[in-house]
Design a protein around this ligand. Structure first.
Ligand code: C5P
Length: 215
């Protein structure tokens, strides 16, 4: 972080609403935004596309080092199978090291950055002046994902989505390297009973207070 650069670290489990919140914050403050989940997804997709194994750490690291942060397409990478594959390669320390290096370089952009993921406040940007941990109950998160899929006209099974959410939580919170957990100084934002607007306003007052301290 340089004198003027300001980084906002946003972590939380899958489907907690951190993506929407991060995009809104980045837009409101004119900051660059990186959804770090897309870097894990892009690595997983490149492996799947070329038929390479998902359990070979040396190959996965090589592919991770080739990921271009500028070319991450949310629509292409949002597929369920890619998310599952991403959470498998995300347990590999050398894949994490490669992607974290690229994420840290991104975090230094001027005038400021918003990074969202699982380990931003704990590992990628532990010095960030604002850290938010956005969460919601597994039931609410599964319901939101269900509504989103049905809203797009797709078929969805709530029970299956609920199991998926829990499985992903276990994998993300239970891994040895950089498990999902709030940084000691993170502000907790439980959005289970909050609208998107209410979550944004809560985040905004935390960020504004930190920006005032910084000037
Ligand atoms: O957030 P998203 O669902 O796109 O992330 C896909 C997977 O990538 C997560 O389940 C998690 O295993 C991994 N991930 C991670 N660290 C991050 C972001 C994502 O381990 N900073």
């Amino acid at each position: 972080m340089t004198m003027q650069n300001f980084t906002i670290a946003i972590d939380g489990p899958a489907a907690a609403g951190k993506g929407t919140l991060s995009r809104q914050i980045a837009e409101a403050y004119g900051f660059h935004h990186l959804d770090t989940g897309l870097t894990y997804r892009a690595t997983a997709k490149a492996l799947l596309d070329t038929g390479l194994p998902l359990d070979d750490e040396i190959i996965a690291e090589k592919i991770a080092r080739e990921v271009e942060l500028g070319g991450l397409d949310r629509d292409i990478l949002s597929k369920h199978e890619i998310g599952e594959a991403a959470s498998k390669i995300a347990v590999m320390p050398s894949v994490r090291r490669a992607l974290v290096e690229a994420q840290r370089r991104f975090s230094e952009k001027q005038p400021g950055t918003v990074l969202d993921g699982r380990d931003i406040g704990t590992v990628v940007c532990p010095q960030a002046p604002v850290k938010l941990y956005v969460t919601a109950s597994p039931e609410v998160r599964a319901r939101r994902r269900y509504d989103e899929i049905v809203g797009r006209g797709g078929p969805a099974d709530y029970a299956e989505i609920f199991e998926d959410v829990k499985r992903r939580d276990e994998r993300d919170m239970g891994r040895a390297d950089s498990p999902l957990k709030p940084a000691g100084d993170a502000h907790l934002l439980d959005t289970s009973e909050m609208s998107i607007e209410a979550a944004f306003q809560a985040a905004k007052s935390i960020i504004d207070a930190a920006l005032n301290r910084n000037t």
